[in-house]
Design a protein around this ligand. Structure first.
Ligand code: AMP
Ligand code: GLY
Length: 433
């Protein structure tokens, strides 16, 4: 099979890595890719947001399956354009991707179908939202969560612990339009408390196969301090994700959501990603995404195991609507810990072009998935983004996976390199965070 992966982050490098292990694969392309995907695939300088150009390239190069990584092209309808060209593609249509691209639409779908999620009210008018806030103030009902409706590159959620912060956020998003059109409609949502869990599921609209659970770390600094980022690390599996809990999430959340999407006329084929909070009242949906998560993908895919561990076969069966005919994926008992190496300043402004050294000194069983990297004309690997690498180590338990990841990331160097020190620490006895 000739396969094209769309995207250029560490998630796409991990997808290329997993797909390249499949006996079905004959040729692999990645667009635009990065310095890491170039080792496994032919990078193609296509813009993922130019859907027709991508589809024409795929048709011209006899691509059998295109796998879409990022949310923006999915929300914009890349899958619909590929389908119109008669091309096979892994990912949901724009209609189904609304579960991620419109938080308000997703919230309504969940509430209408009794799928456990935080209560929320939608506002398109600042005065009405502000009035609701004032009423909340009289009850002292804080924290409250404010969410811009549209895709906002991870900046669309504000957790306000008091009315003043909430008012400022509403004003920024609705009046000053700091997030552009994503803020034309806003949700005021109840605050949920508990540990967070990411659970991916492959679904073709009729069958759901959950993948291994993971936790990610979104804040820039240790102890969940600092601004939100694209993700600073992840591990799989979390100890609290028991078999019973996962079965409950599948039956109360994943299956009903798949059915609700089909009933809404938007059957979902692709990767459904549930962001969950394990509250005292049980698991509740924080959000759904319509794609593989980053950096969770980098720690989940290396755990795919056995004869069922052919990711390409699973993605193809999903795209063709015959997932039920495939055995459910099984997972290695070894665990994974992934730590992101970022550029100084990220998620704010950062410099690029810093030479990366030390990758050739890593232990052979450690995986390095590239995000913002590039090879210069003379073959030197340099930084080209805020998140640069995800270093993933495996172990028989989280303490050893974690120690292995940190021992190896410390051997890598680029000017300004930084990482979080507390990834998976909560899983290890003796750590409190
Ligand atoms: P999102 O962009 O929807 O992934 O939200 C970003 C982060 O905000 C989540 O990972 C949660 O940590 C937090 N968050 C979102 N919604 C809520 C909520 N209703 N209650 C508490 N925290 C939330
Ligand atoms: N891990 C968060 C995301 O992919 O959105």
């Amino acid at each position: 099979m000739r396969v094209l992966v769309i995207g250029g982050g560490a998630r796409e490098h991990a997808l290329c890595w997993a797909v390249s292990r499949s006996p079905l694969l004959t040729a692999l392309y990645c667009a635009p890719g990065n310095g890491g995907t170039a080792q496994l695939a032919t990078n193609v300088p296509l813009n993922p947001m130019e859907f027709a150009a991508c589809a024409e390239w795929a048709a011209g190069h006899a691509i059998d399956l295109t796998i879409i990584g990022p949310d923006d092209p999915l929300g914009g309808g890349i899958v619909d354009i590929f389908a119109a060209h008669g091309l096979k593609v892994f990912g949901p249509t724009a209609a189904a991707a609304r579960i991620e691209s419109s938080k308000a639409w997703a919230k309504q779908l969940l509430l209408d179908n009794g799928i456990p999620t935080a209560q929320a009210t939608r506002f398109t008018d600042y005065a009405a939202a502000e009035a609701a806030l004032r009423e909340r103030e009289t009850k002292g009902a804080f924290p409250v969560v404010i969410k811009a409706d549209g895709l906002a590159a991870g900046k669309g959620v504000v957790i306000a612990h008091d009315a003043e912060t909430a008012r400022q956020a509403l004003e920024d998003i609705m009046v000053r339009q700091t997030l552009g059109a994503a803020g034309n409609s806003v949700l005021l949502e109840e605050y949920l408390e508990g540990p967070e869990l990411s659970l991916f599921a492959l679904t073709d609209g009729a069958t759901v196969y959950p993948l291994a659970p993971a936790c990610d770390y979104k804040r820039a600094l240790d102890g969940d301090e600092g601004p939100n980022t694209g993700g600073m690390g992840a591990y799989s599996p979390p100890g609290f994700a028991t078999r019973d809990l996962l079965a409950e999430i599948e039956s109360r959340i994943l299956r009903p959501t798949m059915r609700a999407l089909a009933t809404a006329g938007a059957p979902f084929r692709g990767l459904l990603y549930a962001g969950l909070m394990l509250t005292s009242a049980g698991p509740q949906v924080i959000e759904f995404n319509a794609r593989f998560g980053d950096p969770e993908t980098q720690v989940v895919l290396p755990r795919l195991d056995g004869d069922e561990g052919d990711l390409l076969a699973l993605l193809l069966a999903t795209a063709e609507g015959r997932l039920a005919a495939m055995p459910a994926p099984t997972w290695s008992s070894s665990v994974t810990c992934g730590v992101v190496a970022a550029s100084a300043g990220y998620p704010g402004p950062f410099e690029k072009g810093k030479p990366i050294t030390g990758l050739d000194t890593l232990d052979a069983d450690v995986l390095v998935f590239h995000a913002g990297t590039q090879r210069t004309g003379d073959g030197q690997l340099v930084t080209a983004g805020g998140r640069v690498l995800t270093v993933v180590a495996r172990g028989n338990d989280m303490a050893s996976a974690r120690a292995h990841a940190y021992a190896n990331i410390a051997r890598i160097h680029f000017d300004g390199m930084r990482w979080r020190n507390d990834i998976a620490a909560r899983e290890v006895v003796g750590h409190s965070d």
